[in-house]
Write a protein that binds this ligand. Structure first.
Ligand SMILES: Nc1ncnc2c1ncn2[C@@H]1O[C@H](COP(=O)(O)OP(=O)(O)OP(=O)(O)O)[C@@H](O)[C@H]1O
Ligand SMILES: [Mg+2]
Length: 528
């Protein structure tokens, strides 16, 4: 069978021109199957994996339904979140680039309502919005839906879930009965599909069949951790990963805030997104994330569905998702439009069972992976340096340094010279951190008699916090948490105070917990 091309789908020529400019080469399966049905005027339920172009599958035919001469609202698209409304409206605007009379507007909570009223008055045919704000406009009579001919529920299963159902019914009741209606999502639980059928006229189901619900190009792994080790483990994973852009999901808003603070204080470039932030703040964070100004977005499930940011390479479930559907959507923020991606899930306590159930639900395999050790990270650092060296040689422009090396090589082998340079490079950070730490130690005279000061070689960079240091120690029988006082945490080291008689026990306990202790100075401070 001949592969279907966009030219075969009877797409209006102005839209065809726009999608070619956007770099779409061939329609995705959901696009080639949904477009003809929607052109026929059928109601449809569309299910296809994350990142496979469902927006265009409903967006293109809906744009074509618009009568450009008429300035009233003709198409209504409902999405569960504000960010998604904005994104879908933006994408529709791109498809309609050469149809300047066709206007789309995003309407969502948190944005000044007056601004939206003004924009609506100027005449828009396509409204993309969140249910709450749409209802608000209906009540104020600033949005009239009596001319609507097409309605789409994007992320339909979430929209028809208990939380939104009543709002959706209210909205649909204000639109004409003879409208065309479509629902789309990557997940479509049977009971939700049945609820949905109430609003659709003899719908056709288009399910792009795959063995699994998740995208095969996303590598899926899990880490088994103790709860108190989670942050440390995450920091190591982040240190090991080369990905430049990623998302980290937490269960609660508070969890997001706390993780953002912990990661920022360790020098990671992250920001948080959740429903308690002001909309202006949410917009700022999303923009920074889309522009690649921050490396990681830490978010609640508000960012789990639909969000399309190019080049997200890694998704981390810091907290395992409670609803299985959300696993599919969260990890689907990577591996979009045929790209590859990675998804990591932290499994703590008894969650291994949840993970197994998740695998069954998504019909996928999530493989176990070990948390990187400090040695793995050091190894990785060396690999990165090696790569950079090769790249620098290949790039050229090092001639001015070769004389200098030649001179040194009169007395030393080039291998020794290179090794020494590397040592200088790698140790520089470590020594700066030791110096800073020793500087504090030398000025410090506060130790009680019988106490010793020592450094443990985990620091901010490895995720040390007073909590997890004490936690690691108390995990060992016979040593009480209050026998270690954390004085200061540096980049690579933590300065602690320990009763002299327990010092060795502490070091042993730390080693057992994979946190290597290091005795830099075991002298009681008041004897120095
Ligand atoms: N035919 C195509 N060729 C190339 N890229 C495409 C094509 N169709 C869509 N895309 C791009 O693929 C990305 C994902 O599309 P989209 O956001 O519509 O996915 P989705 O199926 O709605 O995913 P989700 O379930 O996460 O909402 C977008 O950046 C979009 O521009
Ligand atoms: Mg989508």
């Amino acid at each position: 069978m001949k592969n279907i091309e966009f030219q075969d789908l009877n797409i209006e020529k102005n839209i065809l021109k726009a999608i070619e400019e956007m770099g779409f080469e061939a329609p995705t399966p959901i696009q080639s199957q949904a477009l003809p049905k929607l052109y026929e005027g059928k109601d449809i339920i569309g299910q296809a994996q994350t990142g496979t172009g469902k927006t265009a599958a409903f967006g293109i035919p809906m744009i074509e339904k618009v009568n450009q001469k008429d300035k009233s609202v003709q198409i209504l698209i409902l999405t569960p979140t504000r960010e998604l409304s904005m994104q879908v409206a933006d994408e529709l605007r791109k498809f309609a680039k050469y149809l300047p009379e066709t206007r789309s507007l995003a309407i969502y909570g948190g944005q000044p309502i007056e601004r939206q009223i003004k924009a609506l008055k100027q005449g828009v045919q396509i409204v993309v919005g969140t249910p709450g704000r749409i209802i608000d406009h209906i009540r104020r009579k600033t949005l009239k839906l009596d001319k609507v001919i097409g309605v789409v529920l994007d992320e339909a299963d979430q929209m028809l879930d208990m939380g939104f159902l009543e709002d959706i019914e209210t909205i649909l009741d204000t639109t004409p009965k003879d409208r065309q209606t479509a629902m789309f999502s990557a997940t479509m639980p049977r009971e939700i599909e049945n609820i949905g059928k109430k609003y659709l006229k003899s719908p056709e189901k288009i399910k792009v069949v795959h063995k699994e619900l998740t995208v095969p190009k996303i590598g899926q792994y899990y880490f088994e951790v103790k709860n108190h080790e989670k942050l440390d483990a995450l920091c190591r994973v982040l240190d090991m990963e080369e990905s430049e852009l990623g998302m980290i999901f937490c269960r609660t808003k508070k969890g997001v805030d706390e993780l953002v603070e912990s990661l920022q204080s360790r020098g990671h470039s992250v920001e948080g997104l959740h429903g308690d932030l002001k909309q202006s703040q949410r917009d700022r964070v999303m923009k920074k994330f889309r522009d690649g100004i921050i490396d990681f977005l830490v978010a609640t499930d508000v960012a789990a569905r639909g969000i399309d940011v190019d080049d997200v390479e890694l998704v981390i479930n810091y907290d395992i998702p409670e609803d299985f559907e959300y696993y599919v959507h969260r990890i689907g923020r990577t591996g979009r439009a045929g790209r590859t991606g990675l998804a990591y899930t932290f499994v703590a306590g008894r969650q291994l069972r949840t993970l197994k159930a998740l695998e069954t639900y998504a019909k996928t395999k999530i493989k176990r992976k070990n948390i990187p050790t400090i040695n793995d990270i050091a190894e990785k650092q060396r690999e990165t340096i090696a790569k950079n060296i090769v790249a620098t040689i290949e790039k050229g422009g090092i001639a001015e340094y070769t004389n200098f090396v030649e001179k040194l090589s009169e007395d030393h082998s080039s291998i020794d010279i290179a090794a020494a340079l590397l040592k200088l490079m790698i140790n520089k950070n470590e020594e700066e951190s030791i110096e800073a730490a020793e500087d504090v130690a030398s000025k410090d005279t506060g130790a009680e008699p019988g106490m010793v000061r020592m450094f443990l070689n985990i620091g901010k960079k490895h995720g040390a916090t007073p909590g997890n240091i004490l936690g690691a120690i108390t995990g060992e029988s016979g040593i009480e948490g209050n026998m270690v006082g954390v004085i200061d945490i540096f980049d690579k080291f933590t300065f602690v105070e320990v009763p002299e008689k327990h010092a060795n026990k502490v070091l042993t306990a730390m080693n057992k917990n994979r946190i290597k202790g290091r005795k830099i100075n075991m002298e009681p401070a008041n004897k120095r």
